[in-house]
Ligand binder design. Structure first.
Ligand code: CP
Ligand code: NVA
Length: 307
């Protein structure tokens, strides 16, 4: 059974296949068509952390495809009332997909290990594959052919940044990380991505100017991710020089676009002037979460013989 525990569950061809399917469904929607490819299908969404985009885009996406989604939080009592294994085996009796936002990547891996229903990672401490796929779709839309372009991530080398490294390498986009020591990628991550994608063009440095010089896209995310609140004060002080603002954007070429996965802490990692500037493609980027995930759901349904 095919699961999306991380982007490394997709081969390079599959990665492009999902993106093509998402682009075609988006085109159909903009033309007024909503094909019911997942008619009567159900996705269970189990979330251990807050969400606006991931939750609503999966719910709306399932509805547009003729199916439905069930949003589940802590009150279903997994771990307290029953084991994860029993929980997922029961969900598999009712549902066609499980989307999970988990505190730990191990939870996603454990759910998928039971192999009873396709599991999609909706964010963990390690990764955010749906976000990175949708972001790749956005960059492709802006540039036509995104291969050979450069994305510079500024700030904390976090879950979103790690998945972006995988997406960029699978799609042959250069990746730069501008981050202070302690917030940069570990060599094991780069090696793992390289082994899978067979191509990585990556550099990281605390020198933002060097990382931004050839950027086609600048990306940032919160300095304190969900679950790291106790470290907020230190993070704010360490990452302050990496705020995406007008001054920082002067270090990048004029054509450079601004991305953010949202939610943003305006005035912290990004200023109003950057977020609302003509270079910002942040809101269409958020919109693509739904289009991409519709493609991913239909693709997974096909892979797993559901349709
Ligand atoms: N970008 C993103 O995943 O947003 P949510 O946390 O609101 O789902
Ligand atoms: N890095 C952020 C992303 C939120 C979508 C977090 O994990 O909280």
């Amino acid at each position: 059974m095919k699961h999306i525990r991380s982007l490394l569950d997709l081969s390079i061809d599959e990665f492009h296949g999902v993106l093509d399917l998402a682009a075609s469904l988006k085109k159909q929607l903009l033309g007024g068509e909503r094909p019911d490819l997942l008619k009567n299908r159900t996705a269970a969404l189990i979330f251990e952390k807050a969400s606006l985009r991931t939750r609503v885009s999966f719910e709306a996406g399932m509805a547009q495809l003729g199916g439905s989604a069930l949003f589940l939080t802590g009150d279903v009592g997994w771990r307290q009332r029953e084991s994860i294994g029993d929980f997922i085996r029961v969900l598999a009796e009712y549902c066609d997909f499980v989307v999970c936002r988990a505190i730990s990547q191990n939870t996603i891996n454990e759910l998928a290990a039971h192999d009873v229903v396709p599991v999609i990672n909706g964010l963990t401490d390690e990764s955010h594959p749906c976000q990175a796929l949708a972001d790749f779709m956005t960059m492709k839309e802006v540039t036509g052919s995104v291969e050979g372009k450069q994305l510079t991530f500024v700030g904390d080398g976090n879950n979103v940044a790690r998945s972006l490294l995988a997406a960029c390498s699978m799609g042959r986009v250069k990746f730069r990380l501008a981050a202070p020591a302690g917030y940069q990628f570990k060599p094991e991550l780069i090696q793992r991505v390289k082994n899978h994608a067979k191509w990585v063009d990556f550099e990281q440095s605390d020198n933002a100017a060097a990382m931004l010089r050839d950027a086609d896209f600048v990306y940032t995310d919160v300095w304190t991710s969900m679950g790291q609140e106790a470290e907020a004060e230190k993070r704010n002080s360490d990452l302050r020089p990496y705020q995406v603002n007008e001054q920082l954007m002067q270090l990048a070429p004029d054509h450079c676009k601004i991305l953010h996965c949202l939610p943003a802490r305006r005035g912290m990692e990004i200023t109003d002037s950057a977020m609302d500037s003509p270079a910002s493609i942040i809101f269409p980027q958020a919109g693509n979460r739904m289009h991409l995930q519709k493609g991913l759901l239909v693709w997974l349904a096909k892979q797993n013989g559901l349709i």
